[in-house]
Ligand binder design. Structure first.
Ligand code: CA
Length: 227
């Protein structure tokens, strides 16, 4: 059985680098590639090509890589590797929380790029595509939640709520059940408190993933999680 080749969109304005990347990704990685030389046309190319990963140069004519990254993130969870000319740039980019999955600094070896592309694709799971399901990870020891690799900054109550709901995907939880999880000390709180926390949680999820909420209201019953 032959699998369709994974598609990589290379957004790079330096023809020599673009063709080097293209050659390596096609021959060493068996990827299908497309090169886009401008930032302001990258979104259009992304929509047409439907890549599994985007290699995105920072300095581009038309629109810089940071803007392109933000635009991509507003419509897609596609893995993005940013390519920068200076290593000092990487710290700054990380601080901006653009949502890129990895960073590569020029000059790079094409072999390294292929390895990083494969690693990012592996991390984002099998059969990755722009519409892959959202990946939620909750680390109870570190009290840390990430969605698609982006940190979800949750309050303890929101963390408990999301952990309860996501542990049994699809199951409907009543407000009472959720309250017991949120406040194990049997504190008496109003039903409204659950709704307020759910509302805040949904906002954080949609701000992080840029997608529809994963917590569904079930009329007259409560809530359920759909990842
Ligand atoms: Ca450039």
């Amino acid at each position: 059985m032959t699998k369709a080749a994974r598609k990589i969109l290379i957004v790079e304005d330096e023809p020599k680098i673009a063709s080097l990347l293209k050659d390596y990704l096609e021959t060493r990685g068996a990827f299908e590639t497309r090169v886009e030389a401008r930032g302001d046309t990258a979104m259009e190319a992304f929509k047409k090509f439907g890549p599994d990963l985007v290699l995105l140069d920072l300095m581009l004519p038309g629109m810089d890589g940071m803007e392109v990254c933000k635009k991509l993130r507003s419509v897609s969870t596609v893995p993005i590797i940013m390519v920068t000319a200076r290593v000092e740039e990487i710290d700054r980019l990380l601080g901006l929380e653009l949502g890129a999955d990895d960073y590569i600094c020029k000059p790079f070896s094409p072999r390294e790029v292929v390895a990083r592309v494969k690693a990012v694709l592996r991390r984002s799971g099998p059969g990755v595509s722009a519409q892959r399901p959202k990946a939620l990870h909750m680390d109870e020891e570190k009290f840390k939640a990430t969605l698609n690799g982006n940190d979800l900054l949750l309050t303890p109550v929101e963390f408990a709520l999301l952990r309860t709901l996501s542990a049994q995907e699809g199951r409907v939880f009543s407000r009472d059940q959720l309250m017991n999880e949120m406040y194990p000390d049997y504190r008496v709180v109003s039903d409204r408190a659950v709704d307020t926390h759910i509302k805040n949680l949904r906002k954080k999820i949609s701000d992080t993933s840029g997608s529809e909420d994963m917590i569904k209201s079930v009329y007259g019953l409560g809530y359920r999680y759909e990842g």
